[in-house]
Design a binder for this molecule. Structure first.
Ligand SMILES: C[S@@+](CC[C@H](N)C(=O)[O-])C[C@H]1O[C@@H](n2cnc3c(N)ncnc32)[C@H](O)[C@@H]1O
Length: 250
């Protein structure tokens, strides 16, 4: 799997880097660890009042993490799990504790994979949990695994989304997607992204998708329509899956 050296970032959002790269690997090497800390840890580590406010409003991401675990848990016992865009592996322990047979995390950012490996050094799960640096486009087929991702589809090209379904087509899938909506909430999100970093990442900003777009990708792989899970606590975040994950209020 190819890799480039991690580059230091001025802060968790890469602010202060006039030459902000739009190469996804460099972008995420500079951003992911700070992003995780701000979004799942203390908002106070965010570098500016604006970012601290954004971090405080990140309840939807924490809810996404918790709901993902709750929804896949009944389907985990004995199953191999592959997480794409795993970051530093925050989900791995919870999925293993819920009965997964093994967990393999992939991320394009080596700083995230390094942290994930350090987190699991000496863990009781041994070789049942592993992490590798890989972009979606480099992945081999994943057999009968449950392939899941949170916050990854927002950053993929249509061809990469197709690749996710291609590598997972022998198994099951569970993915979080930012659903395109005409809502104030989403408009504010676009505005935040633009002010925070989008104005200098040359169009490398999160993408929103409709369920119809996801189902078109599924059809290209001769896969049936997906189950969709929405919940107000996730704002415009939804889950799409071939697992029976239910409707609006579960
Ligand atoms: C918004 S973060 C989400 C991290 C984690 N899944 C979570 O929900 O907390 C997106 C993650 O996807 C990774 N990523 C972005 N593009 C990728 C690609 N093409 N292939 C693999 N990973 C990618 C980033 O490095 C980052 O860790």
């Amino acid at each position: 799997m190819s890799s480039t050296p991690a580059r230091a970032s001025a802060n968790c959002f890469g602010r202060g880097e006039a030459d902000m790269p739009t190469d996804p690997k460099s972008f995420w090497n500079g951003k992911i660890l700070g992003w995780e800390e701000c979004r799942y840890g203390s908002p106070d580590v965010a570098p500016t009042p604006f970012e601290r406010l954004a971090a405080r409003l990140s309840g939807s991401l924490r809810s996404r993490l918790d709901r993902a675990v709750a929804l896949v848990t009944p389907h985990l016992p004995g199953r191999r799990v592959v997480e794409l865009g795993c970051g530093s592996g925050l989900l791995a322990e919870r999925l293993m504790a819920a009965g997964a047979a093994s967990y393999h995390g992939f991320d394009i950012a080596e700083v995230a994979v390094d942290k994930a490996r350090a987190r699991f050094a000496g863990s009781p799960y041994g070789t049942s949990v592993c992490f590798d640096v890989a972009g979606v486009g480099e992945l081999p087929p994943q057999g009968d695994a449950l392939v899941l991702s949170l916050g990854l589809f927002d950053w993929l090209t249509p061809a990469e989304i197709d690749r996710v379904f291609a590598v997972g087509r022998e198994g099951r899938y569970f993915h979080a997607v930012a659903e395109r909506r005409r809502s104030l909430d989403q408009w504010l999100h676009r505005f935040y992204v633009h002010l925070s970093y989008g104005h200098r990442t040359g169009g490398y900003v999160p993408q929103y998708h409709s369920v119809a777009e996801i189902e078109a990708a599924l059809r290209r792989h001769r896969l049936p329509p997906c189950h969709v899970h929405r919940h107000p606590s996730m704002r415009f975040g939804i889950f799409v899956s071939d697992l029976p994950i239910g409707g609006l209020d579960r």
